[in-house]
Design a protein around this ligand. Structure first.
Ligand code: SAM
Length: 373
């Protein structure tokens, strides 16, 4: 980015709906103050270094957009003039292919396709095989906001999850569950219904100080205005966090389905943390504490089935068994349960606190937490 540019970039951090407060806390840890929060997004001004660091270190975000222009227009002629005024050379490389995602609401220029066409006429159409640079255009009440995506592939696609069991959580949501339960990554963690292992793997990466997007081809690295020196200082921090991480705590992932445990372990191997996790195949009724806790309490976090083949009494029994096993074997531990039905959560344990209200795959979900006394 050129010297002419302001010291900070106006950014929008997109995240799964319900994780806004968690993302704000993550930003605060990076020294970035949240300006506003709306459903599925948090806005903040970031320096170039903060933008790079946020892409690399945020665990709960989907992508970070940088606003490059904002204007009010009601005619295509004015739109074309405004498009021509933007300093695109900072953001789109010569061989790169811009892809425009346009949404217009309540505006004179209401036709998304016609607006896209004006951008493509100025900057080119997507070229097969070329690297894509996403440009997001939003018009609301004739006010246009034009942003470039600094992330590339969604940040929750960490790359290690290829084997998928039933109803997997996004990696960003799994990380959010750990943070929202206040998990201290030096303490034990148990996921008794691990499926493809997302929660336990995210926990092991967090405990190991591994930056979730280290080694990824983040979009900003291909911008003509990319600052290698600034990036080098973020790269040093990536390494420092790894070396500063203490010994990993006991982390255990259990599922009654041996196939799920196999796929979870294969994912963990790709993530480089398979040896840090204790794997067990067992039903919830047989859940026991992991090895090596030395009596230290930790977090028991469960993402039980929401229905599927189980229904009515069977589902109630499953949730009640989880509650019984948790009280009998995990006194002093924290508990986190992700549910789609709050009355079922009462089967687990009455009096849990609503830590997060999420929207997962278009469905409402609640994350309830509490302490097992
Ligand atoms: C919603 S999935 C978990 C998904 C997981 N969080 C992920 O990201 O892949 C629920 C899991 O609970 C497991 N399960 C169902 N009943 C169980 C029981 N009685 N004991 C242990 N695991 C059970 C299923 O095999 C399934 O893998």
């Amino acid at each position: 980015m050129s010297k002419r540019r302001a010291a900070t970039h106006p950014c929008l951090v997109v995240c799964p709906p319900g994780l806004e407060s968690v993302v704000s806390d993550e930003l605060a840890d990076l020294g970035i103050r949240t300006l506003r929060s709306s459903k599925g997004a948090v806005s903040a001004d970031m320096t170039t270094r903060q933008l790079y660091a946020a892409n690399v270190f945020l665990r709960c975000a989907t992508r970070i957009l940088v606003r490059v222009a904002g204007f009010t227009v009601r005619t295509f002629a004015d739109l074309e003039r405004r498009i021509a005024e933007v300093d695109w050379d900072d953001w789109i490389g010569a061989g790169d292919s811009p892809r425009f995602r346009v949404t217009s609401r309540n505006s004179e220029l209401w036709h998304d396709g016609a607006v896209t066409q004006r951008f493509e006429a100025a900057l080119g159409t997507p070229v097969e095989g070329a690297r894509e640079q996403l440009v997001v255009v939003r018009a609301v009440n004739d006010r246009f906001t034009v942003s470039v995506d600094s992330s590339g592939a969604p940040l929750h696609e960490r790359g290690w999850r290829q084997a998928i069991a039933k109803a997997p959580l996004r990696e960003s949501v799994a990380a959010g569950l750990l943070v929202a339960a206040g998990w201290d990554p030096t303490t034990p963690l148990v996921d008794p219904m691990c499926g493809s292992g997302t929660i336990a793997i995210e926990a092991a990466l967090l405990a190991g100080g591994v930056a979730p997007a280290a080694g990824r081809e983040l979009a900003f690295r291909f911008w003509p205005g990319f600052e290698p020196g600034t990036w080098a200082s973020v790269a040093v921090e990536i390494q420092k966090r790894r070396t500063d991480a203490g010994d990993p705590p006991p982390i255990m992932a259990v599922d009654r389905d041996a196939g799920a445990v196999d796929s979870a372990r294969a994912n963990a191997e790709r993530a480089g943390v398979a040896d840090l996790i204790e794997w067990r195949t067992a039903p919830i009724a047989e859940l026991a504490r992991p090895d090596g806790t030395d009596g230290r309490p930790g977090l028991l976090v469960a993402n039980p089935p929401w229905g599927g083949r189980l229904a009515g009494g069977d589902l109630r029994n499953l949730y009640a068994t989880l509650g019984r096993v948790a009280s009998e074997g995990f006194a002093g531990w924290s508990l986190g349960v992700l549910v789609a039905d709050r009355t079922l959560a009462r089967q687990v344990r009455p009096g849990l606190t609503e830590a997060l209200q999420l929207e997962l795959g278009g469905r409402q979900a609640w994350y309830l937490t509490g302490r097992l006394r």
